[in-house]
Design a protein around this ligand. Structure first.
Ligand code: PRX
Length: 631
């Protein structure tokens, strides 16, 4: 079947198509209805069916592949490599599930996971869904304030964490950040389960804190069966940034997610049972959830979880793993490739890459030179894919598992994937743009396909208001990305329509960074914008009005306050959110009604035309900013 025909079927014969796809996973109880969309925009998939994510990722492979590697945990930070087979993973997950149960976790409870890239992080995720509980993984690079706000929103029974992570050879203690978060948050957390890697001293607070190794030793023979849950039962929440300072908990179901991942692994990533998948993301991001953990394991593939940098000990490290573990499919982000491009080109030639079929890249725009360079260097197809935390799997890509002859078009992530009714709308009128090469807002007609967010955790209203209410009288899902489509249906992504920025593939909200900066006593006002950067795609830049102008009267004063502000961001949100520069101005450019002119600030920083400024309150503000931006 041609891809076009398959895609059309997924839209025209939606329920038949997805019922067929659902056969890719195990069901404890078959579903009665494929899609219930009687309450738009809330879509319920596989209603009446019961299943379990952990069963599909682990237990169901025990018969056919017990001794195949399930997890390959590699750390170039601690110089360790550990292979865990499906049979061993089954044992370890049950032990972890028993520990969580002993700590009071029941179906529907939340388990917050704040972990570095170690096997126990994946084991904790699988154990949580095994119990029918809901995990909420918080990226290990986030600091105490970011962690505290997520604890208060998710209200977990237990937090699973570790003494420390490590990055570039530098130990990053997690426990003090967690302790501080627990001190400032208002939700009382009953227990912290701590994996002690022996990297940093961790002060244990009894009886709240429990040592994983001792708890595990007490449950070595644990047998904890999977809790069968409704297909619509939430499996996890994952926080993501938007236009407000408060991150949203993207809530995912169980059955729809498993089906969508199984489908995408075959149709898009061309991963086969028994093969090896290497996704160099982090479990704290959606790419890690879908394509380090659940996608490959549901498919019966071995998956590599990698702690370390792509250039340490040298830039050949990834390719040495490809050779050693005969990696068949690889997944990374454009920034990592741009980092590799700056290294010794010989690193790409040292290893046998014959097992590798393709390299997938996602998370940020893939520029043509980067795509062309890596494609040439490794001699493999490079496949872009565009999606979001909210969707859980690609909206746009190439389904080469359906039609291997589908061609990439440099600069385009591809065409619409099955089930996604992608439409470009005029941002002013909301009218659909049906012609070629017209720029519009990229939207998706409901129901969103299986695997996409069900709602915002604990806030249905916010789900509807944020994503479905942009256009008057039109209920469509807004991606908040600009796009154009060429005559052949290939889309091109032109950046966000909102205040979300993308630094090295990490999605950050400028408002969150502004709030962190505002908490510094020396700051009266602040504006944060994302500015184009050759390596990271974008970087954050902050413009601050100091409370006391005398403090920033000379270069030394500016440098001192800049360092303090950066430190504030580091300790509240984490270094990942630290602006590249903090610069000082007397006044920020605003409209007469007091709204920050972010687009104009961004344009100044990127040396572009600022566009219409007729609403600006004080025209000298932009000149000041221009002067500051170029120092
Ligand atoms: O702006 C788009 C950009 O990243 C946003 C989603 O980020 P996140 O929620 O972290 O999910 C990443 C999942 C891969 C999108 O709204 N984005 C993601 N992939 C691409 C992209 N922009 C251009 N090309 C892509 N392939």
């Amino acid at each position: 079947m041609s891809y076009r025909a398959l895609y059309e079927r997924s839209i025209q014969e939606r329920d038949t198509y997805w019922a067929e796809q659902a056969a890719r996973i195990d069901w404890h109880r078959p579903f009665d209805q494929v899609c219930d969309y009687h309450q738009p925009p809330f879509a319920k998939w596989f209603v009446g069916g019961q299943t379990n994510l952990c069963h599909n990722a682990v237990d169901r492979h025990l018969a056919a592949r017990p001794d195949q590697a399930a997890l390959i945990a590699v750390s170039t930070e601690t110089n360790t490599e550990e292979i865990i087979t499906f049979a061993q993973l089954h044992v370890e997950v049950q032990r972890m599930a028993a520990i969580l149960q002993n700590l009071g976790v029941k179906k529907g409870d939340r388990v917050l996971i704040y972990m570095p890239m170690i096997a126990q992080a994946v084991i904790a995720m699988l154990a949580t869904v095994r119990l029918g509980a809901i995990h909420s993984v918080v990226f290990g690079g986030f600091a105490s304030h970011a962690l505290a706000s997520r604890i208060d929103d998710a209200r977990p029974t237990v937090i699973v964490s570790a003494d420390a992570g490590s990055r570039g050879g530098k130990v990053i203690p997690y426990k003090p950040l967690l302790d501080e978060a627990l001190r400032v948050c208002s939700h009382p957390v009953e227990h912290v389960l701590l994996v002690d890697r022996g990297l940093a001293p961790a002060e244990m607070q009894s009886p709240r804190d429990v040592d994983y190794a001792s708890a595990r030793a007490a449950v070595l023979d644990a047998q904890v069966p999977c809790e069968w849950v409704d297909a619509t039962h939430p499996s996890y929440t994952l926080y993501t940034s938007g236009t407000t300072g408060k991150p949203k908990g993207v809530q995912r179901d169980t059955g729809g997610y498993a089906v969508a991942l199984a489908s995408s692994m075959d149709q898009i990533y061309c991963g086969k049972p028994g093969e090896t998948f290497f996704c160099a993301s982090d479990i704290g991001w959606v790419v890690g959830h879908s394509y380090i953990v659940y996608g490959p394991l549901i498919t019966g593939m071995s998956t590599i979880i990698y702690e370390g940098l792509p250039i340490r000990p040298d830039a050949a490290i990834w390719w040495s793993l490809v050779e050693k573990y005969k990696v068949n499919v690889m997944f990374s982000a454009p920034t990592a490739v741009r980092v590799l491009k700056k290294q010794d080109p010989d690193c790409l030639k040292r290893h046998d890459l014959s097992s590798l079929k393709s390299l997938f890249l996602a998370g940020e725009p893939l520029d043509e030179p980067t795509a062309a360079w890596i494609g040439e260097a490794i001699g493999k197809p490079i496949v872009d894919n565009y999606w979001q935390t909210e969707t859980g799997w690609p909206i746009l890509s190439l389904a080469r598992g359906v039609d291997p002859s589908l061609k990439t078009r440099l600069g385009s992530p591809g065409i619409a994937m099955p089930g996604y009714q992608v439409k470009l709308l005029d941002d002013q009128t909301g009218e659909e743009l049906t012609g070629a090469d017209q720029k519009g807002v990229l939207t998706i007609e409901g129901p969103l396909p299986p695997g996409c967010l069900q709602t915002v955790w604990g806030d249905d209203k916010r789900f509807v208001q944020t994503y479905w209410s942009t256009f008057h009288n039109k209920l469509v899902y807004n991606t908040f990305d600009w796009g154009i489509r060429d005559k052949d249906g290939y889309y091109f992504i032109l950046g966000r329509t909102d205040d979300v920025i993308n630094v090295a593939g990490h999605r950050l909200g400028t408002r969150e960074i502004e709030e962190a900066i505002s908490s510094h006593a020396g700051v009266a006002e602040v504006a944060v914008v994302g500015v184009a950067d050759q390596l990271k795609g974008q970087v954050a830049r902050a413009f601050v009005v100091a409370r006391d102008p005398a403090r920033v009267a000379d270069a030394a004063g500016c440098a001192a306050l800049e360092a303090e502000i950066m430190q504030t961001v580091d300790s509240q949100l984490g270094a990942v959110a630290r602006p590249a520069r903090v610069q000082f101005v007397g006044v920020l450019p605003k409209t007469r009604s007091g709204k920050l002119l972010r687009r104009a600030i961004q344009a100044v920083c990127e040396g572009r035309d600022t566009g219409d400024l007729s609403t600006i309150e004080d025209p000298s503000a932009l000149q000041q900013l221009q002067a500051a931006a170029t120092t």
